[in-house]
Design a protein around this ligand. Structure first.
Ligand SMILES: Nc1nc2c(ncn2[C@@H]2O[C@H](COP(=O)(O)OP(=O)(O)OP(=O)(O)O)[C@@H](O)[C@H]2O)c(=O)[nH]1
Length: 830
């Protein structure tokens, strides 16, 4: 039950009913006698009456019972009380008109009352309603219930005055003798270790000892002045004391005003003033100790001059002085300390007297090439060596490798003139185990890119690992881990040629853990092959899995043409019905994703058996299909329009060492062109490099244009500045590194200000959605709502993302946003 429900259901009426009993003025109900009390009271009343005899008529039953209650049914006490108060009261004493000192608090507590104070407060209150006649009750319920004073009736009769009652309270007329005298407390004395505090009082014995010591000190000083060396032990002890009392001088020298915190004897002493001169002197002493040539290192501030005012040092305590006498004068102790390395100054200064290892290398290079690069090393010794060695290091940084020669070709006109094949890249996507790698392996086998013997070898090896069905997939899955696990992990590239086109395969992993690699593949593709597993149940599970996500991603990456390979139809007996069902469903969600139906083709295939890949299926069960083979569909696919005349942009997909260069890169040219000898800029490192040579399809070429996958051998750059995912660009029109960008994003999931991973090709960076300025109309791009708090899935929104570091990004590029392993959005940089 919630608290609100509990409050709602609370039965106030009922609970209040429980307290509707009569309450007295003190908030408590009247107490009634228990049956036992009542019986005891009745018996006690009878006993009191019989004890009083005929006098019993002079008291009422109530008075008897009150007395009994008061005295805990003690009949004798009750009788005595009744006799004294009601039957034979004593004659009233004369009451003084004014109280003579003292307090009614102490005087009014009669023995009678003190006995009676054995009842509880509640009992007192209950009794009030039945007061004994003639008893004045000054009742203060919480503070002084015992102020019920039965014997002050007389005072009441004389007009009780509160002013009199409080006459000597502290805030009124307090007599002098009752006023408080505040005595300063005794604080613990300091001074044992020379701390603060007044000089401690000395006992007579201590005074005697001190006087003796003083006398002995005076005698010692006299002896010293005479050159008397007869008491070495005392002298040693004094020396030790001198060491303890650093900075103390004899009272006769350079007196300083005594401070109130020091004992008089100590106040006579003084802390030796530490002047800049004394510090300098001390430092020079130290440097002398360290050896000739030692000096403060350059750039190190001279603290001996700049040190602030001296710090007071501890003086010997009175106790110590009593035992050992006052401290003799001691030399001032430096408060500066030498820098630790100044002690090794000679060796430091010698460090650059000879040629450095760099100099040695430079000299060797100069000898070999008859260049005089190492002129700086001619001079030996001296302070200039440091600068010269630095020059040598600088010289090392400059790569003296001759710049590669350029033919200065007009690449675009060369490209126009060339009658070469068109080149196209396609990415193979689909749910895990849909048969992507097997399909591509079979395609390469049927195209004779891979020979049958290789496949047989793979088959045997795969059989040994219990994965014989993966033999064709091994054509693409080359990594040991991929083969042992039976899954593609990274993008596998391969290439083949047809009569008209040079194709690059980008085989993407289907497993959701490797989506970033799939994104990298999709970012390089002109079109895509979407592989669907047609076997029973697999198509359905694939639709829930990566089939849909991959479709969204390739569209988001700008791929508009897709060939759907309805695979493994051999497992369903080449069922046309199954094919039609899959075609219907997939075309539905692909068109919903943004693909145009005219750009979607469906081919029923068996990657394992090779049906309808390069050759038409010979299976009679597949005779119903009259369409194109997979390879024909590929050839019919036009690659994307190339941005040939734009500045060079290439995303590095591989970095490796080759026979031609210690630094070779490969990647697809996204825009522009390049030729051997060109200068390149690598971002984000900002380092310049040169194209030593380049290759297309394993053949050396002079130039390459957008859309081609090229291998570039670089020179004049350190490999540490080049990484996979970096952008190679034209130094004259470089891509800038930014940390904040705005994209027009298609939301795959709910978007809100949140942490995201930003993917662009192989580049990855941590980021955060910091703003969502608007949701947009999908078709027109007009603003639907400004500053939405969240963006729903399948909506298009303008989103601002801030990354943790600067990365090369520019307008027109496509990025994917992922969060917690899921793709949440993808879009185009604005
Ligand atoms: N019967 C039959 N089996 C196939 C066919 N194509 C692939 N397979 C089998 O499906 C399994 C998975 O094949 P892969 O090529 O590794 O699948 P994949 O899509 O590349 O897998 P990932 O890249 O790891 O997502 C293998 O055992 C193949 O032999 C086919 O057309 N028919």
């Amino acid at each position: 039950m919630s608290r609100h429900q509990a409050y709602r259901n609370y039965d106030y009426e009922n609970d209040l009913d429980e307290f509707d009993g009569e309450e007295d003025e003190y908030g408590e109900g009247e107490e009634e006698l228990s049956p036992e009390d009542k019986a005891q009271m009745d018996a006690g009343t009878a006993e009191v009456r019989s004890a009083l005899g005929p006098r019993a008529s002079k008291v009422t039953t109530a008075q008897i019972q009150e007395a009994l209650w008061h005295y805990y049914y003690d009949v004798d006490k009750s009788v005595a009380f009744l006799v004294n108060k009601f039957i034979e009261p004593p004659a009233p004493k004369p009451v003084p008109s004014k109280p003579q000192g003292g307090s009614p608090f102490s005087s009014s507590r009669t023995p009678d009352m003190q006995h009676g104070m054995e009842r509880t407060g509640a009992e007192w209150r209950s009794r009030q309603k039945e007061q004994i006649p003639g008893v004045f009750t000054l009742y203060t319920p919480y503070l002084v219930p015992w102020l019920q004073v039965p014997d002050i009736t007389a005072r009441r009769q004389q007009h009780f005055s509160f002013a009199d009652f409080f006459q000597d309270m502290p805030w009124l007329n307090v007599p002098q003798d009752r006023q408080t005298n505040f005595v300063q407390p005794l604080y613990p004395r300091g001074g044992l270790l020379g701390g603060s505090g007044a000089p401690p009082k000395m006992s007579k014995l201590q005074q005697l000892a001190a006087a003796r010591k003083k006398k002995a000190d005076e005698q010692k000083l006299g002896d010293k002045s005479k050159g008397d060396d007869s008491k070495p032990q005392v002298k040693d002890a004094t020396k030790q004391m001198g060491k303890m009392s650093l900075g103390l001088k004899d009272s006769g020298k350079t007196p300083r005003p005594a401070t109130s915190s020091l004992p008089s004897s100590v106040a006579e002493a003084d802390v030796a003033p530490i002047t800049p001169e004394s510090r300098k002197r001390r430092n020079s002493d130290l440097l002398q100790l360290q050896g000739p040539g030692a000096k403060s290192p350059p750039g190190v501030p001279d603290t001996s001059v700049e040190e602030p005012s001296p710090v007071a040092t501890a003086a010997p305590s009175i106790f110590a002085q009593t035992l050992l006498g006052s401290a003799p004068p001691a030399p001032p102790v430096p408060r500066t300390f030498a820098f630790p390395y100044t002690a090794f100054a000679p060796s430091v200064s010698d460090a650059f007297s000879g040629p450095s290892p760099d100099d040695v290398v430079l000299n060797a290079q100069a000898k070999a090439s008859n260049k005089k690069l190492a002129s700086a090393t001619k001079k030996k010794g001296g302070d200039d060596k440091v600068g010269q060695a630095a020059d040598g290091v600088k010289a090392l940084k400059v790569d003296d490798t001759p710049l590669p020669k350029s033919k200065n070709l007009d690449v675009l006109s060369e490209y126009e003139k060339s009658k070469g094949k068109k080149s196209a890249s396609f990415v193979v996507v689909g749910h895990v185990d849909a048969g992507k790698s097997t399909l591509m392996g079979r395609l390469l086998l049927d195209l004779n890119v891979v020979d049958q013997r290789t496949i047989e070898r793979y088959r045997k090896e795969a059989e040994q690992m219990g994965k014989s069905s993966f033999a064709l997939a091994w054509v693409l899955d080359q990594r040991t881990e991929e083969r042992s696990r039976g899954v593609t992990i990274d993008i596998a590239t391969n290439r083949f040629e047809t009569e008209s086109t040079s194709f690059t395969i980008l085989d993407a992993p289907g497993h959701r853990d490797f989506i970033p690699n799939m994104i990298a593949g999709a970012s390089q593709a002109d079109f895509a092959i979407l592989v669907i597993d047609a076997s029973t149940g697999s198509f359905e599970s694939g639709l829930k899995g990566q089939t849909r996500e991959h479709s969204l991603l390739i569209r988001s990456m700008g791929v508009s043409r897709v060939i759907v390979a309805v695979n493994k139809l051999d497992t369903v007996g080449w069922s046309q019905e199954r094919f039609d069902e899959i075609t219907h469903q997939v075309s539905g969600f692909l068109s919903a994703t943004g693909f145009q139906l005219k750009n979607i083709s469906f081919v029923p295939v068996s990657g394992l058996l090779g049906d309808n890949l390069v050759n038409k299926s010979t299976d009679p069960a597949a005779s119903w299909y009259t369409g194109e083979t997979m390879i024909k569909e590929l050839e019919n696919s036009e690659p994307m329009t190339r941005a040939l005349d734009k500045p060079l942009r290439l995303t590095i997909s591989e970095v490796f060492r080759s026979a031609q260069s210690p630094l070779t890169i490969s990647g697809r040219i996204d825009a522009g062109s390049l030729q051997a000898g060109d200068a390149l800029l690598v971002q984000p490192s900002g380092e310049k490099a040169y194209v030593k040579s380049l290759e297309l399809d394993s053949e050396a070429v002079d130039w390459a244009v957008a859309g081609q996958n090229v291998v570039i051998h670089l020179s004049n750059i350190d490999p540490i500045h080049v990484r996979v995912g970096d952008i190679v660009c034209d130094p004259k029109a470089p891509v800038n590194c930014i940390d904040t960008f705005t994209i027009k994003a298609l939301a795959f999931d709910i978007l809100m200000p949140m942490q995201v991973d930003v993917h662009r090709g192989r580049m990855w960076a941590a980021g955060q959605i910091v703003q969502m300025p608007a949701t947009l109309d999908k078709v027109k791009g007009t603003i639907l709502k400004k500053n939405p708090k969240i963006v729903k899935p399948a909506s298009v929104a303008r989103v601002v993302v801030k990354m943790s570091s600067k990365v090369p990004l520019e307008a027109g590029q496509r990025v994917v946003l992922r969060s917690n392993g899921d793709t949440v959005a993808a879009g185009l940089l604005e």
